[in-house]
Design a protein. Sequence first.
Length: 86
Amino acid sequence: MWRIVLGDYRRTRLRTPTLFIFGADDPAFPPALTDHLLRSYAAYADHVEAAFIRGAAHFIADERPEAVVDHALKFFAEPARQADLR
């Protein structure tokens, strides 16, 4: 995390399709903040998406594991994504 915050990757481009999953009730990363942060990734990444899980806060995998799995499976099942990952 600190390497990102300190800008170690500013001259690097993320080419791997990336899905960030956030808890919609997370006080540390509320949806308005994460939307703002992810918009800035366009200059550094080819494809970044965000998903917000209702009924979860910061520890999403513990609070709503089935929703995390559902989002991940849907993300990786998209035909365009499969081509990107080859």
